[in-house]
Design a binder for this molecule. Structure first.
Ligand code: FAD
Ligand code: FES
Ligand code: FES
Length: 483
């Protein structure tokens, strides 16, 4: 067992013994290391001002992840190499190509957002610097600028590859043998707080029995905000992020199995292969920074009624694997959500994996996310439908919605209206009417109840129109016209 967090920064090994487990990387950089280049804007993962790059070896290659340091706890970078905006300056303060491109394209005014943009672009640069505009916009969707306008920043992203390449510091692997087990004594209250990062499922199982009240931690894109926004003090944290068995993403002929420690960005390709709509949904979930940290396991475990990954996985008939100690159980994903904020999870039990059936060649599947902004926004409504057409008859209909009830939920009345009936507009309109029996949505700042109901109905109609060969993708058509 180790009581010291170890990471590399600018080639120097940093060792921090028993730190406050929820000290953010941002605070550590600014307050302890007095590296103030990294900024704090929102402290909740939205603005990207705090973006840093975390690098590690994966499958024999270095992977560079832009992440929000404001919601990243220091123990989460154990064993990794950290890059901040200060890391980029070369000998005699020479600018890095990313920085030079920003200067040459006039891509900064007040400059507050600039270090964050530079670091998002730096990760993009180190990962191959794709100059496709869509890829660049994706890379920047987690960074807000209130004064420059995004055109010059996108121009800088396109230009940065043209500068002379410089020799980069490579992320060297660090010795992190043994489980990280921190004990922190609060200097003000004397209270003891613990953090564990087990490396095997057996260690995690043992901890789950020893500390049934512990908070599980994966990417901290929800838990981070409990600390920075709700000022919660977490007594015992068990991170699932280093558990080898939970980091596995595997495929069989019929299923994709996603371990609870697999990040969105790591699951993207497998899910996009499963269906392009799933890829598009993931591409619009949070930002690069959020997807580089957050997990589908965390999205499910959090139990939010607007968790985007849940409606499509429920429509696909996914199975959830839970575990405590050595005891495992599997349940249909939809049965996990009991009521608002209440899931079918015993004290100490953790999410181990989710198993997603692949679609058959004839299956029809659609997922739609409606949010006020296209990128980096939480859904007002997220809906998914799956069925198998059999000589014009809809069979095996599964429909699930997020944002329509206190939990993500199947639309069983709408399913019944479609099941075994001809897949035609009359049937779909009957299902649309049946949604009134399935849901009584609430009104909140994201959408009114009436909007939600109308939108959910129209998503079914949209699915019908699309399967009927009609285009219903208004935004896609607008984008094509613009190009
Ligand atoms: C800026 C921003 C944008 C976002 N945009 C979206 C969005 O568009 N759509 C969306 O759905 N969500 C969004 N989110 C929410 C968040 O990213 C997701 O819910 C994410 O999937 C949580 O995963 P995580 O790994 O970060 O979980 P964590 O924050 O680590 O944990 C989340 C919850 O799950 C529990 N938990 C984690 N892993 C396990 C486990 N293995 N077993 C048991 N419990 C576990 C934790 O205790 C906690 O209750 C956004 C968040 C931010 C900050
Ligand atoms: S400070 Fe806004 S994302 Fe971190
Ligand atoms: S340059 Fe001022 S916020 Fe972007």
């Amino acid at each position: 067992m180790r009581d010291t967090v170890r990471f590399r920064l600018d080639g120097v090994l940093h060792e921090v013994r028993n730190p406050d487990p929820t000290l953010t990387v941002l605070r550590y950089l600014r307050e302890t290391l007095t590296r103030s280049g990294t900024k704090e804007g929102c402290a909740e993962g939205d603005c990207g001002a705090c973006t840093v790059v975390v690098a590690e070896q994966a499958h024999g290659a270095a992977v560079f992840r832009a992440v929000n340091s404001c919601i990243l706890f220091l123990p989460m970078i154990d064993g990794k190499t950290l890059y901040t905006v200060e890391s980029l300056s070369g000998p005699h303060d020479a600018l890095h190509p990313v920085q030079q491109a920003m200067v040459d394209c006039n891509a900064s005014q007040c400059g507050f957002c600039t270090p964050g943009f530079v670091m998002s672009l730096y990760a993009h640069y180190r990962n191959g610097a794709d100059t496709n505009e869509g890829a660049i916009c994706d890379a920047l969707a987690g960074n807000l600028c209130r004064c420059t306008g995004y055109g010059p920043i996108v121009s800088a992203a396109k230009k940065m590859g043209e500068y002379r390449q410089i020799e980069e510091v490579s992320p060297a692997p660090l010795d992190t043998d043994g489980m990280l087990a921190l004990t922190y004594v609060d200097p003000h209250t004397g209270a003891v707080r613990k953090f564990f990062a087990p490396q095997t499922i057996v260690q995690l199982g043992e901890l789950s029995e020893m500390y049934p009240d512990a908070v599980y931690l994966a990417g901290a894109t929800d838990v981070g905000l409990w600390v920075t926004k709700r000022l919660r003090v977490l007594d015992t944290i068990i991170s699932v992020a280093s558990v080898a068995e939970l980091r596995v993403l595997s495929e069989t002929k019929d299923t994709v199995e996603i371990g609870a420690g697999v990040r969105y960005s790591e699951a993207y390709q497998a899910l996009e292969r499963l269906h392009p709509d799933l890829g598009e949904l993931l591409r619009r979930l949070g930002s690069v920074q959020v997807r580089n940290a957050g997990t589908i396991g965390g999205n499910i475990a959090n139990g939010s009624p607007i968790a985007d990954s849940v409606p499509p996985l429920v429509a696909l008939g996914a199975t959830l694997g839970l575990r405590k100690g050595a005891a495992q159980r599997m349940l249909p994903l939809e049965d996990f959500f009991l009521a608002y904020g209440k899931q079918d999870r015993q004290p100490g039990e953790f999410v181990e994996k989710v198993i997603v059936p692949k679609l058959g060649a004839q299956d029809v599947f659609r997922v739609y996310k409606l949010s006020k902004r296209f990128d980096q926004d939480i859904s007002a409504v997220c809906g998914a439908i799956k069925f198998t057409p059999d000589r014009g008859i809809a069979r095996g209909v599964r429909i699930a919605f997020g944002g329509m009830a206190a939990t993500p939920k199947r639309a069983k009345a709408a399913e019944a209206a479609l099941e075994g009936r001809p897949w035609n507009e009359a049937g779909v309109r009957a299902a649309m009417a049946a949604l009134e029996k399935d849901f009584a949505p609430i009104a909140d700042m994201r959408a009114s109840a009436r909007y939600r109901m109308e939108a959910a109905k129209n998503l079914l109609l949209r699915a019908y129109r699309e399967t009927n060969g009609e285009s219903a993708r208004v935004l896609a058509e607008q984008a094509m016209a613009y190009e």
